[in-house]
Ligand binder design. Structure first.
Ligand code: PLP
Length: 383
């Protein structure tokens, strides 16, 4: 793809232009008066974006097989905006208990104070979701596999129920990404990606995207994005466009290494359980195999019970895994989620502390060797 400068047709390059604008200027009085009619695709004020964000939106829409896309300044902004656009006081909102934590906090602390009936449902409820539908159910939020605990959801069964009752669905698809799962093709209304992770891919920005097919909903989303003041930096859009050039290659490599490291870890005597639907032993394996065509670069695991201090000995022995809570970048990362966090949840597959690993572009053998020596440090402290 080549990018031409509209003002100078003899110039073309392989890099998109970074268009900055707080203000959009107009050719004449009538265009200014009618500026709002340019939405949802056009340009009327900086808040709704510039040609740089539109270009990224078109590119993500292609990946998602979507007609429309809206970029937002973070994955959390995308999740929140998707709900804010369609859910009102008096509505019933169903959220999977393993959805991204900040979305749950937003629903619990804000939406429920605004008269929304917020209900968290067991992630593995599958077709049983039908029993939770109320006359005022407006939206179902899904994420598969779930944040940290990695439960798979039967998306097909939930979508079938939602369609039967005219309930909107939104799905956080960041783990599989459109490379390995396309929610809209499966009947989900709003597909959300934290572009912070694989799309950006270099741990240096935050961004989110909402992709959808319905034109009326797109207009509502664009207005909500604008009214909530959610502008996305054109420089960051440029960086995500650049990230998308290597996205598929990075994910294919990271995905294969993740399978290798997770399978190895599952065999180690210090490990109680690896939470990763790709493994045949995982309770979500059958659904993952049936509905997804690949895996993301993230998995979790649980240690066998051991003396206090063993987990910190493990973390502090690691040489190639920086400790950090994000994922999807070129560098591997590791994070810790204490047992109290699982125990505070209504529906969780474990009451134990969870360790989560994001696999980057490093050599898988190097990562395995690092984990091996850190497991030995765990063993020594475990007693
Ligand atoms: C699955 C998932 N969705 C959404 C988000 C939120 O993305 P952001 O950090 O860009 O707000 C995250 C971030 O960790 C995530 O892991």
């Amino acid at each position: 793809m080549q990018f031409k400068d509209p003002a100078n047709q003899s110039f073309a390059s392989l890099s998109p232009a970074v268009w900055r604008a707080s203000t959009v200027v107009f050719d004449n009085f009538e265009d200014f008066i009618n500026r709002k009619s340019r939405q949802p695709d056009g340009y009327s004020y900086g808040i709704t974006g510039t040609p740089t964000s539109r270009q990224l939106e078109r590119r993500v829409a292609e990946l998602e097989n979507a007609r429309h896309c809206v970029v937002l300044p973070s994955g959390q902004a995308a999740l929140m905006t998707a709900v804010m656009a369609f859910v009102r006081g008096g509505d019933h909102l169903l959220i999977s208990d393993s959805c991204y934590g900040a979305l749950k906090t937003f629903a619990r602390k804000w939406l429920s104070q605004m008269g929304v009936e917020v209900e968290f449902y067991p992630p593995t409820i599958d077709a049983g979701i039908e029993a939770l539908i109320r006359p005022n159910t407006r939206m179902i939020c899904l994420e598969a596999p779930g944040t940290v605990t990695m439960e798979m959801q039967d998306v097909a069964a939930i979508v079938a129920t939602a369609k039967k009752y005219g309930v909107k669905t939104m799905m956080d698809n960041t783990w599989a990404s459109p490379l390995y799962y396309r929610p809209l093709d499966q009947g989900i209304d709003l597909s959300i990606e934290a572009a912070t992770k694989m799309f950006g891919g270099h741990s240096d920005l935050l961004m989110g995207t909402i992709s959808l097919n319905d034109a009326d909903d797109y207009a509502i989303l664009r207005e909500t994005q604008s009214i909530l003041g959610q502008n996305t930096s054109p420089e960051d859009c440029f960086l995500v466009l650049r990230g998308l050039d290597t996205f598929a290659l990075r994910l294919q490599h990271q995905s294969a290494s993740t399978r290798e490291v997770a399978a190895w870890l599952a065999e180690q005597p210090q490990i109680e359980q690896v939470l990763f639907p790709v493994l045949e032993s995982d309770p979500g394996h059958a659904i993952w195999k049936q509905q997804f065509s690949g895996n993301g670069c993230l998995f979790s695991f649980i240690f066998k019970p051991a003396a206090e201090g063993a987990i910190s000995a493990f973390f502090n022995a690691l040489q190639h895994f920086p400790i950090g809570a994000s994922w999807g970048g070129t560098h591997s990362l590791i994070a810790y989620y204490p047992a109290s966090q699982q125990q505070a949840r209504a529906f969780t597959p474990t009451q134990e502390a969870i360790i989560r690993i994001s696999i980057g572009l490093e050599d898988a053998d190097l990562l395995i060797a690092d984990l091996q020596q850190a497991l030995e440090a765990w063993q020594q402290s475990a007693g």
